[in-house]
Design a protein around this ligand. Sequence first.
Ligand code: ADP
Ligand code: MG
Length: 700
Amino acid sequence: MRPTRLDPLFAPVTKLPGIGPKTAKTLTSLLVGHSEREARIADLLFHLPTSMIDRGLRPGIAGSPEGMIVTLTLHVDQHRAPPRNSRAPYKIFAHDETGSIELVFFHARRDYLESVLPIGEQRLVSGKVEWFNDRAQMVHPDYIVTEEDAASLPVIEPVYPLTAGLSGRMITKAMQMAVKVIPSLPEWQDASFMDKQGFPSFQEALLSVHHPEEASDLVAESKAVRRLAYDEYLANQLALALVRNSMRQQGGTERHGNGSLRSKILSALPFQLTDGQVEALKEISEDLEAPARMLRLLQGDVGSGKTVVGLMAMAQVIESGAQAAMMAPTDILARQHFASMEPLCKAAGIRVAVMSGKDTAKNKREINAALEAGEIDLIVGTHALFQSSVNFKNLGIAVVDEQHRFGVHQRLSLSSKGDHVEVLVMTATPIPRTLVLSYFGDMEVSRLTDKPKGRQPIKTVSVSLDRISEVVDRLRAAIHRGEKAYWVCPLVEESEKIDLAAAQERFEDLQRALGPVVSLVHGRQSADDKQQAMDDFKEGRTRLLVATTVIEVGVDVPDATIIVIEHAERFGLAQLHQLRGRVGRGSAASTCLLLYKAPLGETSAARLNILRETNDGFLIAEEDLRLRGEGELLGTRQSGMPGFRIANVEAHGDLMEVARDDAKLILAKDPALQSPRGDALRHLLYLFSRDEAVKLLRAG
Ligand code: ADP
Ligand code: MG
């Protein structure tokens, strides 16, 4: 249960006076990002200002610089209301000892203005001054107060990131009320560490960022912001450590296996495993045989051959008598894995099935029944596999592809699907060490650093769409030489119809130019038509496959040597790298043609340049990170998984490792968080929405 002392912070923002349902909705979309829950006061408080306004500047009217925010002591001289039905603004004329100024109000309410700016009286007015032909103006002052109320005028006013429908005034007012409800909480940080860092208390830190006394209070390096960033990292590391501990506590199963399935798979493979694959499999196999539960990350660039490693790991667990599940972030990827593993499973006698969002209810029921009865050894699917309706007879291993899109709670629900489920996470994103720490905690890591032998680097060129006929000529020559090529048309989800029409049209163009060797595949086709188009291409009856991005689906055609990506400027860097990885899978030299529409924007040009310059997925991911920011790289925005709201790796990266060690130490001394500090730390976990981990304490 959530500590009751936190109640004021977990109240919805509508509890604050003046915040109605409409503003609350805007705040929710700004602060929470999805509508599954309403924004709370805590969310508001974790929304930190990015700069500040200094209202202490009092230069007098004549000395007010153009465009600056100043505070003036004005004597009100005259009101001038616009004629009826006129759009002209309401104007108020005022002066001080240095000059005169017009205060300008659009859509003004006369009685209101007469009450706040009565003629003949003096008022403090704060806002932005603008000059027109030597006449000073202030449009909609931010503050109008009497001299007695001067104290209510903030001297330093924080400025918050905003969104449509939310003004700086609204959020500042809300924040002023929110800071008043911050309860005093037990300190969860170690006293001597706080001393050394010069950290203020949680309450003081929040007050200082929302009521800054000087600009330096707001920078990421300030003691207050660092304190809050450290709180956030510690909550995260503690949650991850709790998950790990609870997995360890539950113990594990030794899964030896007799090698029978694995040897059949190996002999059905048309290639030899790379040294990297052999090494990774050795590490995985040892983990599986050990009594402790496996929690391992497998990193390897696109095309490095992770799938077969995952399959071999699952085969070992199936040999030992349990079931295996492989999870992908999208339906398309799930089907791709299924397509590539099915023939190997067949050869080994592994009963394999795929479950996807597109299955009919009846289909799903059948698969569920077979899983419960133990009639399926290996299931491939999306997060649909997490659903409570899915039960296994004896799930032994979960292989999760591109896991960074899954959150902690999903990982937890996964472990509840079986006894001591072993976990292997596969990712093509070479996540920097600090991010591995923050998203996975201390996982063991295996890396595939080599590519399958005989691969030649892919030559990448970019060509303007104006020169499309040259590209078609090149394709014609290549097809005459017996080569195979992909032509990728972009798919923008919002307008799938338009894109499909464009792909259809491109297909017809190319068929006209090249003859009946062209086929088309796209997401709206029936599964049979899709399969037919793929098979025709694979077996050489057609030589050019025009496709929307569905060619991520199970297409693995090693003798394809050319890929043309139309409107390459519309794709993200990682996606282009993935698509390019469809060629260069065999021993022949391959080419990737990036067709772009001129003129290119700066970022698009940078993306295409990077691709031309390197085939190295590590470098590409780093550049992607630089161009897009870490949230997107890790897919947190799509999944709605709570990222970091305060901490950022550039400014606070040094604190992350400290937090990890701290978390380890805390749990070593107080595994159930029962000491006074442990109790305080429970508050922290709730504050930063890492409370799924608290449930483990009760269970364990
Ligand atoms: P990724 O790491 O991107 O998931 P895949 O597992 O899809 O890579 O493998 C890419 C391609 O390389 C597939 O066609 C696969 O069959 C092939 N492959 C995997 N391992 C080897 C190997 N050792 N030798 C040759 N080809 C391999
Ligand atoms: Mg893969």
